[in-house]
Design a protein. Structure first.
Ligand SMILES: [Mg+2]
Length: 370
């Protein structure tokens, strides 16, 4: 094992792929029938690092036009230094949203590249605290009929041994209580049941709904109201706590910067903070969020993109679980060699491979290229 002294980044490649879902998918505030994946690859000293984000294909132009010249020629071992330049360079574009997604994909590729250059699995390079992580099955789209809802959630518990599952609510308030009851029946008494409204409720209607489904032992209410409404999240959280409901309020999937995470924590808006490394600055940003969780005594849950989160989650303090999101699991299994598979409710990094171990199957991906 020899670290290459000359590890200037020689090339950046970026491409977008649009992959149709296996059925129409919807939540409380949005509907979609395809998912766009933007992949970044970086070459240095004979190795290639891979990162990606789930965003819009316009990111290809942003990365090609804005970020390429800063990344090419930079030292692959100086990730922090390059990150400072990348974040500083988007001051006038706005750090959040697409700029953060682009930096996230680049940062993940940088960490994969560095680990490969050192011939280490990424979890080892990041000083892993655990060798496996628990996942919760996540889907239960509002576009599903009850039979599909029961079948999907039930199979995560009964076949995948997941300890928890999550369903979407908020599209049809009249039907939601019955959907939650059907989900509880499908997964049995012992598994944890999570609901995610994607911001569909007002504080008042969220609190009323939580009381309405109290019998179903819901353990987690994600984005009961918009994540932009920190006061509303806190109101829901305090009301549930005051009434003795053991239901955690969770949010954080739209946090892009450390300041976004800090505001959730300072405002006491959530019981569990979620972070998504395809949005919040890659591996670097995810571990910054985890450190902030430690300082505020909050647990951390990883949002979506399980294949790319796995090694970073092994290293994160106060880590609770990773989302095993139906749409991304399907896509990552189709397009990446080395994508993890679910066993005993957990996923395990392959410590025999350097980096995060993922490789794009270019020939399989090509038919989805846009
Ligand atoms: Mg969510």
């Amino acid at each position: 094992m020899t670290a290459r002294p000359d590890a200037a980044i020689r090339a950046l490649r970026v491409a977008a792929y649009r992959i149709p879902t296996d059925a129409p998918e919807a939540d409380g505030t949005f509907a979609w029938n395809a998912t766009t994946l933007v992949v970044v690859e970086l070459d240095a000293a004979g190795e290639t690092g891979l990162g990606y984000t789930y965003a819009d294909a316009s990111l290809v132009r942003l990365i090609d036009g804005h970020f390429r010249e800063q990344v090419e020629g930079a030292d692959a071992f100086a990730i922090g230094q390059l990150n400072e330049r990348l974040w500083a360079s988007v001051r006038n574009l706005g750090r959040s949203g697409l700029a953060a997604c682009a930096i996230s994909a680049i940062d993940s590729a940088l960490w994969d590249l560095k680990a490969r250059l050192l011939d280490l699995p990424l979890a080892r390079l990041l000083d892993a605290r655990r060798e496996r992580i628990a996942v919760y099955g996540s889907g239960g789209f509002t576009s599903y009929d009850d039979a599909r809802l029961r079948e999907q959630l039930g199979s995560w518990v009964h076949d995948g041994d997941c300890r928890w599952v999550k369903m979407k609510i908020g599209a049809d308030a009249g039907r939601d209580a019955e959907r939650v009851r059907a989900a509880r029946e499908a997964i049995g008494e012992d598994a944890g049941l999570f609901i995610d409204a994607n911001g569909a409720h007002t504080p008042r209607s969220a609190i009323a709904f939580a009381h309405h489904v109290a019998e179903q032992q819901v353990g987690w209410f994600e984005e009961p109201v918009s994540s932009d409404d920190l006061a509303g999240l806190r109101e829901v959280r305090e009301a549930l706590g005051a009434s003795g409901q053991a239901m955690d309020v969770a949010a954080g999937e739209y946090a892009y910067t450390p300041d976004d995470f800090r505001r959730f924590a300072e405002y006491r808006a959530v019981d569990v903070l979620q972070a998504d490394l395809t949005r919040c600055g890659g591996v670097t940003g995810f571990l910054q969020a985890a450190a902030l969780c430690e300082a505020f005594h909050l647990d951390l849950s990883a949002h979506c993109a399980p294949a790319l989160h796995l090694h970073a989650c092994c290293a994160a303090p106060r880590f609770r679980h990773q989302e095993w999101f139906h749409d991304h699991v399907r896509l990552e299994t189709m397009l990446f060699d080395g994508a993890p598979s679910l066993k005993n409710g957990e996923i395990v990094p392959d410590l025999t491979r350097p980096g995060h171990g993922l490789r794009l199957r270019a020939a399989d991906a090509q038919r989805y290229a846009i």
